[in-house]
Structures are given as C-alpha cells and as structure tokens.
Write a new protein. Structure first.
Lengths: 110, 119
C-alpha cells in the first residue's frame, strides 16, 4: 500500500486570494500523478495527469507542478473564486494501482 | 456530463444478497476502472479492464467480481453483501494504450456513481 498524503485537510480562503496545496507520496514505484476536482454531490473531474519530474501543467487559473525525486506535487489556484470550492484529490499511479489521497477541501468565501 | 453512465443511481438491498452495477464508458474509450468510496475511507481503486481483459486489480474483495463485455460496458458484481459494503461505487473510463504503458497517462472520466446501501 502506498501512502499518499494531502495537506492541508481543509482550507478557507477569501475570494480573490491565491492558494496552494500539497500532495506527497513515496518517490519509488511512481508512474503518474493525477489531480481531480470533486464538487459535492458530483463525481471527480480530472484536472491534470503528470508524469515527468519537473512537469508543470496549467488550466485557466489552476496549475500544478511535480517533483518525483522528492515525492510531491503542488496545486495552485490563482485568484480563487467561489466556484472553485470543492475537494481536490490527488492519486498516484504505480503502473498497475491507483492510490488516492484523502483530499483537500477548499471553501472560497465571497 | 462526462459521457460515462452508471445504473442504477441508487440501490438498497439486504445483507447476504447479490447486486450488479453497470457502467457504460464514453464512446471510444476502451478502459474502464471501478472505485469504491465508503464513509470511513477515501476513494479506493478496485479493478481496471481494458478492451475486455482485466489489467489491474486493487483492493477488490473476493466476493466482488467484474467483467467488461464486447460492447465495452462493464458490470461489477457484489455478492454475499455485508453492511460494510455500503458505499458509493464509481466507474471511470479513459482512452487507453496497453497495460503498464500509455493508459496510465490518460485522463479518467468518472460516471455519476451508484450509491449502494446494504441494510
């Protein structure tokens, strides 16, 4: 079993603030890292799939970086909006298994 | 709407029973993944099928089985149900390559889930 940790567990920010959170994982057996956005009462929505050390991906105001050598990925949200409120999940793919973190719950206060 | 469909949306059954959950992937996707989300645990990977063949197995109990049919839809069979099997079951699909290769690089599109309640 691979231990994937996400921090913080929850976060409240004001509208317009930028924020970031962390996904940590053992650097061995790494194949790919997936970030998902999961709104309440909906299903997870893929944000990024990252594979290479130093990868950076961006989608609108959301971006992510990956460091496979030290075993972490950061997700950044620039200028948070209320519609960004959701749980952000990361999952590590070891090539034949997916291990999910418990998520960071983000609440953006208008 | 991800394009992945799951039926039924809700299922209530009794301990000891057997149920079948169904998933239809997005058009053109060959890979189907099954996940379990229970109250006390995070999202758990159960099993992955690619074009009809089992490709990877996660924390799937022996009482559970799955298959992917020639039309690419998949079914997850849960038998001898216990109270602890109550959970939200998601399937996801992706465009995929061969096992251990490019399939892992692809985004997964999740269905709306089936909520199973075992009484």
């Amino acid at each position: 079993i691979l231990n994937v940790e996400q921090s913080p567990q929850s976060l409240h920010v004001q509208e317009g603030d930028s924020t970031n959170f962390t996904c940590s994982f053992p650097s061995s057996n790494f194949y790919a890292l997936h970030w998902y956005r999961w709104e309440t009462a909906k299903s997870p929505e893929a944000l990024f799939v990252m594979t290479l050390n130093g990868d950076e991906k961006k989608k609108g105001r959301i971006s992510a970086t990956l460091n496979t050598k030290e075993g972490y990925s950061y997700l950044y949200i620039k200028g948070s909006q209320p519609e960004d409120s959701a749980t952000y999940l990361c999952a590590v793919n070891t090539g034949n298994q997916f291990y999910f973190g418990t998520g960071t719950s983000l609440t953006v206060i208008p | 709407d991800s394009g992945v469909t799951q039926t039924p949306k809700h299922l209530i059954t009794a301990t000891g029973q057997r149920v079948t959950l169904r998933c239809s992937p997005r058009s053109g996707d060959l890979s189907v993944y099954w996940y379990q989300q229970s109250l006390d645990q995070g999202l758990q990977f159960l099993i992955h099928y690619y074009n009809g063949e089992e490709r990877a197995k996660g924390n799937i109990l022996e009482r559970f089985s799955a298959q992917q049919f020639p039309d690419l839809h998949s079914e997850l069979n849960l038998s001898s149900l216990e109270l602890g099997d109550s959970a939200l079951y998601f399937c996801a699909s992706s465009v995929a390559g061969t096992s251990g290769g490019p399939w892992t690089y692809n985004e997964q599109f999740f269905g709306p889930g089936t909520r199973l309640t075992v009484l």
